[in-house]
Design a protein around this ligand. Sequence first.
Ligand code: AMP
Length: 550
Amino acid sequence: MLPGCTPWPAPIAAGYRREGLWLGESLGDLLKTWAGEHGTRTALVKGELRLSYRDLDARVDRMAAGFLSRGIGPGDRVVLQLPNVPEFVIVAFALFRIGAKPVFSLASHRANEIRHLLELSGAVAYVVPGTYRGFDHVALARDMLAESPALRLIFTLGAAGPDPAVVPLAEVDAEPAPLPPADPSDVAFFLLSGGTTALPKLIPRTHDDYAYQLRAVAEVCGLTAADVYLAALPVEFNFTWGCPGVLGTLSTGGRVVLADDPTPDDCFTAIERERVTFTSVVPTVAQLWLEAMEWGPADLSSLRTIQIGGARLQPELAARIEPELGCRLQQVFGMAEGLLSMTRDDDDPQAVVHTQGRPISPADEVRIVDENGDDVPAGVAGELLTRGPYTLRGYYRAEEHNRRAFTGDGFYRTGDVASLTPEGRLVIEGRLKDVIIRGGDKISAGEVEGHLLAHPHVARAAVVPVPDDFLGERIYAFLVAPESGAAGERPGLPELKQALHQRGLAEFKLPDRVEYVAGFPLTPLGKVDKKVLAAAARDRSAPRDWAEKG
Ligand code: AMP
């Protein structure tokens, strides 16, 4: 296994193999199997472009050879930042086949995040879309070439530039040659953590564990070759990539339709045109779709299931899905780290509206514990811990963090607060981790605080979530100005957003509101009391007479 990753303990891995959960398959080989089974069927659709399984497989082979000929090889890390285009899938599989490890960056990431991902992964290459939504990714990539010692090559969806290090993806093409076999127990790719620390950590996903996840989730969802999956959210999300998402659909011979974005405009057209049967969205998007149906009904009759997850789904919204969209709701609670929990088609309607269902695998181990780490009875909320055949055992190159994020016996501390119903269904009640979930995007409070503190007129910063009808939560920043600062030197929201933007912070992490206070409330242990701050953010008329001064 790639150095810096934590393998499953050998006896446990042997058990997963013995039980037939891990079949020793690599993702690159799996695509070849699927192409053998479903050759001329359509695998991928983007606008007018349609790729059959056979075409997809052939393009992956040629690109794999092209990467090898350019010196990308087994074990190399490659930051992959593309929107929902077929090339995302082709590049990912080409890298799987040569044993290189894509690091799935979000299309919305900017200098701040990319710099970190390149540094942490030691990537030798970076794949970008050219100019996308007005942002010149090649220019950013060139800056990174100068900064990042390991980075050698930029691959772009756009045209060649004067710089020989910038190579159009279209030129990554060579006659396929035999490839060294991939090790199924090794890392296939890296997903990003939702971020409890200032910057995202890398989640190693192995061929074995992800192939199992795909099989298990496709079975839970009853996916068949007749299914058409709409990738409405970004493909680099675990939810869209493999729950069952793009890969789960390909594994059953179905068709994957890539949408540009999750707006009703784009998605409803795609659903009608391609007769989409299955899709996955975050609650904010579901709400937009419901609103759009009120304005002018669309023909969503082909849709059998809509998965909603990534953030808390209010029961009131959940109850509207089936009657108003005319398809089944499947609640999904999951994480890029592994564990997936879903409601099932045969669950009673109350369970579908009010719970996040059951783990997808009988081998998923779930514990709900109190502050002392002791298990609590059904119905009582506590921290959710989990381990299993597709849940990581450690973040990449994060030894110190791993000591806190996992128990001694390998359970991952999710930072989510949950309870179990007597029937064993999960109900997500809240969260211990210092994260804001804004429309499904995960934002680490600590990261935003760090950037705010870099402003000369900010002495202290504490960022908390504030509830929002549409986005679920927004980002609320409490600030303390320096004592020496003159009155009038308190930058307002637009100025702070501009400053953070210039520091290269992705747009979705910018605060929605700021408020200056004289000092922060403290817990008895002397830490900033974020519960009190979050309550104050909710109630702007509450007093702010906290004792502690900056
Ligand atoms: P990510 O790895 O980015 O998908 O984020 C995983 C986190 O999103 C979980 O640990 C939860 O905090 C949150 N999450 C995912 N699904 C749900 C859900 N259905 N309800 C509430 N929170 C969720």
